[in-house]
Write a protein that binds this ligand. Structure first.
Ligand code: SAH
Length: 243
């Protein structure tokens, strides 16, 4: 069944507005008609069966029926990623949504390519991936921030899984199993195409919350590193561990 993320509150007997894009998608792409059912979620009220009430050029509306799932909080996991080139960044945002990150803060580093990220497009990718993957919330893609600022305001209780390709860090699974209890707040940090500078690596490692990890003896592209790191984190501390 089609799943849509909406912004309105969801409650039985209520209505939720559709954007013009959503109305077009349901009516023209999916060929749904008034009365057809979909699933709707908003990140707050769980997931609901909903009936298409109307869909036109200026938007549309859903009638909210019954709740299919209660809202559940996922792990407090963020994926901080340096601004890499657009196709890879888009892949990273999509995979972060699929693999359960709650936020994707973008980071400017010394070796980041200048140029701006299209936040609206990246957020739309996060929404679409969340709709198809069945999650009940959508990760927030946060505007680019300088690494130095990110580090100087670091919340002390949030652990930082520092993906360091330079070869001195212990393997990720061992480092994570030793470094944390399931349930804590974590951010995974992935660098740009050119890697972190020596000064940046030293600065990150100075942070008491930092847990440097290796993703193996091969140098990975940022998108591969992100997918690998998210999977290993979920295996050690999240919902892939089977614990
Ligand atoms: N400095 C590298 C490229 C960086 S790869 C070069 O030789 O050109 C981009 C990012 O992916 C890195 O900054 C790091 O965060 C992550 N990464 C890639 N391979 C990794 C590995 N084997 N272990 C840990 N992190 C890795």
């Amino acid at each position: 069944m089609v799943r849509l993320w909406v912004t309105d509150d969801l409650a039985g007997g209520g209505r939720a507005a559709l954007t013009p894009d959503q109305a077009h998608y349901l009516a023209t792409v999916m060929r749904l008609r008034a009365g057809d059912e979909i699933l709707a979620f908003n990140g707050r009220d769980g997931e609901w069966r909903a009936r298409l009430a109307d869909a036109g050029k200026r938007g549309g509306a859903l009638e909210i029926l019954t709740r299919t799932r209660e809202q559940a909080e996922g792990a407090d996991l963020a994926l901080a990623v340096a601004l890499v080139k657009r196709p890879r960044l888009e892949t990273i945002v999509e995979k972060a949504a699929e693999l359960g990150a709650r936020a994707v803060p973008l980071v400017i580093t010394e070796r980041t390519n200048p140029g701006h990220a299209n936040l609206a497009r990246l957020q739309a990718i996060a929404v679409e991936a969340s709709e198809q993957t069945g999650r009940l919330d959508v990760p927030q893609v946060a505007a680019p921030e300088r690494l130095a600022d990110l580090l100087s305001n670091w919340p002390s209780e949030r652990r930082l899984m520092f993906c360091d390709e330079a070869g001195e860090a212990p393997p990720a699974l061992a480092a994570l199993s030793a470094g944390g209890e399931p349930g804590g707040a974590w951010t995974i940090l992935i660098g740009p195409e050119g890697g972190f500078s020596p000064a940046e690596r030293a600065q990150i490692r100075k942070l008491p919350a930092a847990v440097p990890v290796s993703l193996g003896p091969r140098i990975l592209r940022a998108d591969t590193a992100a997918i690998g790191a998210l999977t290993l984190w979920q295996a050690a501390l999240g919902d892939l561990g089977g614990a």
